[in-house]
Design a protein around this ligand. Structure first.
Ligand code: GLN
Length: 310
């Protein structure tokens, strides 16, 4: 397929997917997120040679929300090592909503995985004890090849003001002695991370590093340890879209992570880093339009991890 044909397929898939946007709903449990434009949808693909294919609404920044859990997990795995991290959080899919209380402790008395809120608060607690938030923000910016990502202060304050559920989770984590830092600082750090803003282009730039074993094909640097990327992608495949993960794995077959701001990051192994944005969400809190585009592209381009190519 030529690059022009590829771009045409992308444009067609985005336009087709717009038809499902009305079936979804913008997140409203954080008041500031209600302002997001439900009609927007866009996707950016970065390939290993640095070609960028973009279609739809791709330049509007959005808050990454749960996608911050990926950056936090990478940071924690690199700096504390898998043994310490998995002492405090599990590796099992929860099969439940991102903020579900019952997934807090499995039989081993720890959050099922680092990609649900309870697990991410534990990871944020570990990181916040070691570094300032701004240093973590620089780490995220570096992985997105951005020269300075920012926090959306309005979204941050709005979420902090409506974080009763995350407080409840954090108190239970404290009871289980899983918080390394104090409760307020752990929650502050986690919530501020959720409010980091970026565009689909920046998200896709990060995703291409994941798709390429941690090696940035554009700068020629090993940005993340390959073993850490392997662990992270496996968890994204099994836990990245909450209780929508199984269906996404069957239909689309890529490791991915969603956020209630409407972002989805996905990695087509050794092919593309993908960043998508569409704030209209399905019942699980995943971008309904982005999933539709990804499903169309995965089918047409044989992206599924277990696709059989004769
Ligand atoms: N900031 C959100 C929360 O903690 C993130 C949830 C999400 O994106 N699924 O509730």
């Amino acid at each position: 397929m030529s690059r022009e044909e590829f771009q045409a397929l992308l444009d067609y898939s985005v336009e087709e997917a717009r038809t499902v946007l009305l079936q979804g709903k913008v997140a409203d449990y954080i008041p500031e997120l209600k302002k997001a434009p439900a009609e927007q949808l866009g996707i950016v693909l970065t390939d290993l040679e640095g070609h960028i294919y973009a279609s739809g609404d791709t330049d509007r920044p959005f808050t990454i929300q749960s996608i911050v859990k990926v950056f936090a997990l990478l940071y924690a795995l690199e700096h504390f090592g898998p043994d310490l991290v998995f002492e405090k959080v599990g590796m099992e899919p929860s099969g439940a909503s991102f903020m579900e209380m019952t997934t807090l402790s499995d039989f081993s008395n720890k959050p099922s995985n680092p990609l649900i809120n309870a697990g991410a608060i534990v990871v944020a607690s570990m990181i916040s004890q070691e570094i300032e938030f701004d240093h973590f923000l620089e780490y995220i910016s570096g992985l997105c090849a951005s020269n300075g990502l920012k926090v959306n202060e309005a979204v941050f304050l709005s979420e902090l003001d409506h974080s009763e559920r995350n407080h409840a989770l954090a108190w239970e984590l404290k009871r289980l002695r899983l918080l390394t830092n104090n409760l307020d600082e752990s929650l502050w750090f986690y919530t501020r991370g959720c409010a980091v803003e970026m565009t689909a282009r920046e998200l896709s730039r990060f995703a291409v590093i994941l798709a390429n074993g941690g090696y940035d094909p554009l700068t020629g640097e090993q940005k993340v340890d390959a073993e850490v990327v392997r662990i992270t992608l496996t968890l994204l495949f099994t836990c990245g879209l909450y209780n929508g993960t199984g269906e996404f794995a069957v239909r689309i077959g890529l490791p991915a992570k969603s956020g209630v701001g409407g972002g989805i990051l996905a990695a087509a192994h050794q092919r593309f880093g993908i960043g998508a944005y569409g704030p209209s969400l399905d019942i699980y809190g995943n971008s309904i339009g982005a999933i539709k585009v990804l499903s169309e592209l995965s089918e047409k381009l044989d992206w599924h991890t277990f696709a059989w190519n004769e």
